[in-house]
Write a protein that binds this ligand. Structure first.
Ligand code: ATP
Ligand code: MG
Length: 672
């Protein structure tokens, strides 16, 4: 406790009831959580097994775990749960699958799987455009996050359109059941429903989790908050920490109101505010405070720092997006030399993943090592989705989505008409496609050679499945890759041999990760069976890959959303332009406050220097368009900025936007 300030100490040692730590960025909220876990074990007689700490991203969970293990050495952290909400939900469903009516080895549908299922269901009703599909998916997700059942959604529908959507929701849930699958939102919803229907099951989980801590509490949605309330019950052994200024997931149903709701639900709530920031220089902090002061505030917070004033915040305007990326790459090279620091001390943050591509290219050209997270997730790569689909089918033969993904990958000469016959047969008989393949009834409907090919595939899958249940599971998975000659397939389909090789490496990486889960080298880790390992992997997004990346010396690239909770000595934020940050849709929907919070999150990641860049012109929708500088730059205190690329004149701050336009003109002439 020695190096904590008095408020932090108070938050760590308060165990008489529920506790909310409400404080700005970098004030040590996450530190309070990790210290409190150690305190509960060391001073209050809790075993780690009875403590759970929850957060939102895998990266944040991993960081927290590392911080706790450094505090609780010698196996005292054994059995501790530090995970994302979704991971906890998955564990609950896995353990209680029988009560929930699922078979073991159920599948987890990601957004893409869910969308293809929805498409199939909605196509039956006639024409379908992609907007409608997205809208329906979004609605269903919101309903689930708000704990609204299909029946409930139908009964309160206010228009025909909404009623139809609720009907699709119902059919979608039924289809998921038939596939023995859950979607992402179900990972929270199903435990909540189960706990409210079967109090005895809830009781057993309450006996397991005796103290609960939640980081980034401002991002909880309705169902997550309900889960927290259920688990803590009247005992209310609960500490949550959060910052309403960093609430950036409203679009996913997050309810920062859950902070005020806590006081209503737990009148004995102890609220502790932290005010000292330990992360950033005075200037970075001042800039962040100025920006966020433009949002209305429910809770007043003051943040101060004892650190040095620090360097001015640099705003660099480049001609176009290409020169922006080039500039950031060369800045990193120069600063690394000048400051004698490592690549991993730099982070490049951006609003959307599409901004990363050019940046990646430039980093590659300059041979700057980097790792990317929150972007195209490892598990979203085609090759990983293919191989994972094989694994999913092994653990759950009823997973039709997985079946359809791989039946012709690599090609097995099974045409669409065969698949149609197969699909129809399976639907009529209400069985899965894999099961249908094995029925004489179907075989009679197909040409002899087609039927034979399908049989061969099924026998092979069954043989593999049996092998994966033995102690030779890992060998069987490796065999699978050979049997299908996936390497050959990759070479046939990739744009170059190099690309194919990288993809193959990814596949090997996946298998080795599974091998590590089945036969862990670390004795503190419990070996998993294949079913559990695959289920866990589906959730993990990039997880192990990043772990590996972090020990290496690489520039960190990620979206602003993914950067929450993290910190880096030198931060670059790209694309400080209207339509990017704030994002165009948010401007149209007049939702600037959330975008401002997002910018605030980005700025407050920086410890020592902060550089904001923008491009005067940018290619958008296939056209090169003039941009205007983000309004957020206008909101920063000018004396703390060092601007570059805005021409020789240095007009007054409030003319900044006019200046940017003038500059655009200048750039235009430069190009002529
Ligand atoms: P965010 O809002 O961004 O999630 P946070 O409030 O969770 O930030 P932490 O990440 O816990 O803040 O802490 C920020 C930094 O300050 C960390 O590097 C942490 O080690 C350091 N820190 C926290 N408390 C203290 C302290 N009492 N003395 C010195 N350093 C501290
Ligand atoms: Mg934190």
């Amino acid at each position: 406790m020695n190096n904590l300030n008095s408020r932090q100490k108070q938050a760590v040692s308060y165990i008489d009831g529920p506790c909310l730590v409400l404080a700005g960025a970098g004030s040590g909220k996450t530190s309070v959580i990790t210290r409190k876990i150690a305190y509960l074990v060391d001073e209050c007689g809790y075993t780690a097994h009875h403590i759970a700490a929850l957060t939102f991203t895998n990266k944040a969970a991993r960081e927290m775990k590392e911080r706790v293990s450094a505090l609780l050495k010698g196996g005292r952290a054994k059995g501790l749960t530090v995970s994302t909400f979704h991971n906890l939900g998955l564990n609950i469903i896995r353990k209680e699958h029988k009560a929930l009516g699922f078979k073991p080895g159920f599948s987890i549908f990601d957004a893409e799987d869910a969308k293809s299922l929805l498409r199939e269901l909605m196509l039956k009703d006639g024409d379908l455009d992609s907007d409608q599909l997205d809208l329906t998916q979004h609605h269903i997700s919101n309903w689930k996050n708000d704990l609204v059942t299909p029946e409930h959604a139908m009964s309160r529908a206010s228009s025909d359109g909404e009623y139809l959507m609720a009907l699709v929701y119902q059919r979608y849930n039924q289809a998921l059941r038939a596939y023995n699958a859950v979607d992402f939102d179900d990972l929270i919803l199903l435990p909540v429903q189960l706990f409210s229907e079967q109090p005895n099951i809830l009781d057993s989980w309450k006996r397991r989790i005796r103290y609960l801590l939640v980081d980034e509490y401002q991002d909880t949605n309705n169902s997550q908050y309900r889960l927290v309330k259920q688990l803590v019950g009247d005992r209310a052994a609960l500490t949550v920490v959060g910052d309403d200024d960093q609430s950036i997931y409203a679009w996913r149903g997050a309810r920062p109101e859950n902070m005020t709701q806590l006081k209503v639900d737990f009148p004995q709530l102890e609220v502790i505010k932290l005010e000292q920031n330990y992360r950033s220089t005075q200037r970075i902090l001042k800039v962040a405070n100025h920006l966020i002061a433009h949002n209305p505030h429910e809770f007043e917070k003051t943040l101060w720092s004892e650190k040095a004033i620090g360097e001015p915040i640099r705003i660099i305007k480049c001609t176009n997006e290409d020169s922006e990326a080039e500039r950031v790459a060369t800045e990193i090279l120069n600063q690394k030399m000048q400051r004698q620091v490592s690549y991993k001390d730099f982070a490049i943050l951006y609003r959307g993943n599409h901004q990363a591509r050019l940046m990646e290219l430039k980093l590659q050209q300059h041979q700057i090592p980097y790792s990317m997270s929150g972007g195209t997730s490892f598990f979203a790569r085609t090759e990983i989705k293919d191989i994972m689909a094989y694994f999913r089918l092994i653990i759950n033969p009823d997973d039709d989505n997985a079946f359809l993904r791989i039946i012709n990958t690599p090609r097995r000469q099974i045409g669409t008409s065969t698949l149609e016959t197969l699909g129809n047969y399976a639907t009529t008989r209400e069985i899965s496609m894999f099961q249908a393949c094995q029925e004489i009834g179907l075989q009679q409907q197909l040409a002899a050679n087609t039927s034979e090919r399908i049989q061969r595939f099924c026998h092979w899958m069954e043989k593999l499945t049996i092998e994966t249940e033995s102690e030779k599971a890992t060998a069987a998975l490796r065999q699978l890759i050979n049997d299908i000659d996936y390497e050959g397939w990759l070479h046939q389909n990739a744009s170059s041999a190099k690309v194919a090789e990288r993809r193959l490496e990814n596949v090997h990486y996946l298998i080795e990760s599974i091998a590590k889960m089945l036969e862990p080298t670390d004795p503190a880790r419990e070996p998993l069976n294949l079913k559990d390992a695959i289920a866990k992997l589906v959730l993990m997004d990039l997880l192990d890959r990043q772990e590996e990346a972090e020990v290496q010396d690489q520039v960190q690239m990620m979206t602003l959303h993914a950067s929450k909770g993290l910190e880096f000595p030198h931060v670059f934020i790209l694309g400080m332009e209207e339509d990017i940050l704030p994002h165009r849709t948010s401007i149209e929907e007049d939702n600037i406050e959330e975008e401002r919070r997002l910018a605030y999150v980005g700025i407050t990641r920086a410890e020592k220097t902060l550089t904001l860049t923008l491009a005067g012109k940018r290619k958008q929708y296939g056209e090169v368009l003039e941009t205007s500088m983000s309004r957020f730059i206008d909101e920063l205190p000018e004396n703390d900025l060092e601007q570059e690329g805005f021409g020789q004149y240095n007009p007054e701050k409030n003319q900044a936007r006019g200046r940017a336009t003038l500059d655009n003109l200048k750039n235009l002439f430069d190009d002529l």
